[in-house]
Write a protein that binds this ligand. Structure first.
Ligand code: OGA
Ligand code: MN
Length: 203
């Protein structure tokens, strides 16, 4: 049976290039994922996030202070596989809905330490169209507006609105369309971020 949330996400992306859905997973799954991220983080497994690849990297003047830990499905924990399966269900749904080929979804945990932010950017590298949809799951229990770390999304006319990075919220948007930034976090901010891509994995 197809998850009814997928249809809602697709409709929102169609009409406004971005979708927001709350409570997409059981709370205990979210808690386990947050715990997993923190465990890897404390063990020093996270790396400074990079801005792109090769030549593209030099041309992009983004500033970001988050640290990331790339994941792979083969070694994933049971909880992470639960989410990964949900993501692949969504990927298949969006692929059919938009009649677009999607090969895979890449995922990483991201931690913004206190004071970290990510300046305005678009997720698709300028010279490559491989990232089609961006997908972020927030894992921050009891997050308050004063904790910062909002996802700020810009409209075409330069106005913007802020999305709170609250526990169990998923944001999905067109990687080539949405200009966005992450405001400074006043508390460590955890997310599970991914991109649905057209291309296969290469080393
Ligand atoms: C990114 C990004 C937004 C967020 O990782 O490219 O923009 O809210 N993340 O974490
Ligand atoms: Mn981004």
């Amino acid at each position: 049976m197809i998850n009814p949330i997928f249809g809602k996400i697709a409709e929102q992306i169609l009409s406004q290039s971005i979708a927001i859905k709350d409570d997409v997973l059981y709370s205990f799954v979210l808690d386990a994922l947050a715990q997993e991220a923190l465990t890897e983080y404390r063990q020093g497994e996270f790396k400074d996030a990079k801005f792109g690849k090769g030549i593209a990297k030099q041309r992009i003047s983004e500033v970001r202070g988050d640290k990331v830990f790339w994941l792979n499905k083969v070694d994933a924990s049971a909880r992470l596989k639960t989410y990964w399966n949900w993501v692949e269900g969504l990927q298949d749904y969006l692929s059919e809905y938009f009649r677009i080929y999607l090969e895979r979804t890449e995922l990483h945990f991201a931690v913004y330490p206190i004071g970290a932010f990510y300046s305005p950017h678009v997720d698709q590298f300028r010279d490559q169209g491989n990232r089609v949809f961006s997908l972020i799951l927030y894992l921050n229990k009891d997050w308050k507006p004063a904790d910062g770390g909002q996802l700020r999304v810009y409209n075409d006319d330069g106005t913007f609105y802020d999305i709170q990075p609250i526990h169990g919220r998923v944001v999905c948007f067109r990687s080539d369309q949405i200009l966005h930034e992450v405001l400074e976090a006043n508390k460590p901010r955890i997310s599970l971020t991914g991109w649905m891509r057209r291309d296969a994995f290469t080393l």
